[in-house]
Design a protein around this ligand. Structure first.
Ligand code: DGY
Length: 321
C-alpha cells in the first residue's frame, strides 16, 4: 500500500515499512510542506506519516482519498491533527508515546538546571572575555537539590521528571493532575495539589500538559505573579500553553528568577524581546532530539502504520474523546 512520509525521518522506520511490502514516498524537501504541497502529495495515500508541524484536517484527508486508513504522527503530541475530522472519516490516528519520555524529561531537567545555575549566561560571559577572576557574587544562581518541584500534568513525562527530581536531587514533588498518582506518591512522597498552591509554593515549575482549548495560555501574567520571585519556569509541552508576552514581562520585572523553554508560542518565531533576556534559556523544540529517541519514534510510527494496514489494532492508537 502507499505511504506518504511528509519529511525524511530516521531510516529505521522507512526500512520497516518497505520490508512490510509497502510503497514509501518521502517528501523530497528538507522543510515542512506548504499546505498546497501537502494537499497534492497525500493524494492516493493509504497512510500518512506526519510531523507535528503538519496541520492535517478534513480537507487534507479528503484530498488523500477514501482509501486513507491511518495518520501516524511522528510525535507524542497530536494537536496538529483534527481528530474529529479523522474520526468522522474512519481514519485512525496514532502517536509515538513512551519512546521519548526519558529524552524529554532529561531535557526539562537540563533547562531547569541551566536556568537555575545560569549556565548559558555564564558561557556567554566567559566567551566574551568578561571573566577577570573569581568573585564572591559572580553569576549567583539558585540551588536545585532539596527544593520543591512543581509538575503541571503528571503523565508519562511529568512522572518521569518527578522521579528524577525526588530520587536524584532530593526534591519535594508537588503536582497537578486529574487524579492522584498513588504509586508514585508512595514511592517518592509526591503530592497532588491545586494549581494555585503549586504556583505559590514550588521553586521549579515544569509544564507537561497537552495543548487543548482549555490549556491555551494556561500560564499568563496572573500565574507568573503568583510564583515565587526565585522560581524557575520550564516548558517542554507546547508553546501556546504559555502567553509568551506575559512570560517576557514576568522575566523583565523579576516576577520569577528564570525560565527554560523548548517550545515557543509562535514557532518558529520567538516573541520579540525574549532573545535579549539573560534569564531565559531557549532551545528550538529539541527536547526529544536524541539519536535513540528519534530512531525509536521512527520505528514506532512505522509499526503503527504496519498494524493498521494489516487490519490490526495499532499499538499507539489515539483515543478520540
Ligand atoms: C512531541 O513528540 O510531541 C514533542 O513535542 C517532540 O519533541
Amino acid at each position: 500500500m502507499k505511504i506518504f512520509v511528509t519529511r525524511k525521518i530516521p531510516q529505521v522506520g522507512l526500512d520497516l515499512l518497505k520490508q512490510a511490502g509497502h510503497e514509501v514516498a518521502v517528501s523530497e524537501f528538507d522543510r515542512p510542506l506548504t499546505r498546497e504541497e501537502l494537499m497534492q502529495k497525500v493524494a492516493a495515500a493509504d497512510a500518512i506519516l506526519s510531523q507535528l508541524v503538519d496541520k492535517i484536517d478534513g480537507e487534507v484527508m479528503d484530498m488523500a482519498g477514501k482509501q486513507l486508513k491511518v495518520i501516524a504522527n511522528y510525535a507524542v503530541g497530536y494537536d496538529n491533527l483534527n481528530l474529529k475530522d479523522a474520526e468522522s472519516r474512519h481514519i485512525l490516528v496514532t502517536n509515538t508515546p513512551d519512546v521519548l519520555t526519558d529524552a524529554v524529561a532529561d531535557h526539562a531537567f537540563a533547562l531547569m538546571m541551566a536556568a537555575a545555575r545560569r549556565v548559558v549566561e555564564s558561557d556567554r560571559f566567559s566567551r566574551a572575555g568578561k571573566y577577570t577572576g573569581w568573585q564572591p557574587f559572580l553569576l549567583l544562581g539558585q540551588d536545585v537539590h532539596g527544593k520543591t518541584m512543581g509538575i503541571v500534568g503528571m503523565g508519562r513525562i511529568g512522572s518521569t521528571l518527578a522521579a528524577r527530581a525526588a530520587k536524584g536531587f532530593g526534591m519535594k514533588v508537588l503536582y497537578t493532575d486529574q487524579k492522584d498518582n498513588a504509586q508514585l506518591d508512595s514511592e517518592i512522597g509526591s503530592k497532588r495539589v491545586e494549581l494555585n498552591e503549586l504556583l505559590k509554593t514550588a521553586d521549579f515549575i515544569s509544564v507537561h500538559v497537552p495543548l487543548l482549548p482549555e490549556t491555551r495560555h494556561m500560564f499568563s501574567s496572573k500565574q507568573f505573579e503568583m510564583m515565587k520571585k526565585t522560581a524557575v519556569f520550564v516548558n517542554t509541552s507546547r508553546g501556546p500553553v504559555v502567553d509568551e508576552q506575559a512570560l517576557l514581562d514576568a522575566l523583565k520585572k523579576g516576577d520569577i528568577f528564570g525560565a527554560g523553554i523548548d517550545v515557543w508560542e509562535f514557532e518558529p518565531k520567538l516573541t520579540p524581546g525574549l532573545a535579549e533576556l539573560e534569564n531565559i534559556v531557549i532551545t528550538p523544540h529539541t527536547a526529544s532530539a536524541t539519536i535513540e529517541a528519534r530512531d525509536n519514534m521512527s520505528r514506532v510510527a512505522a509499526e503503527n502504520i504496519i498494524a493498521v494496514l494489516k487490519g490490526e489494532q495499532p499499538p499507539n492508537l489515539v483515543k478520540i474523546t
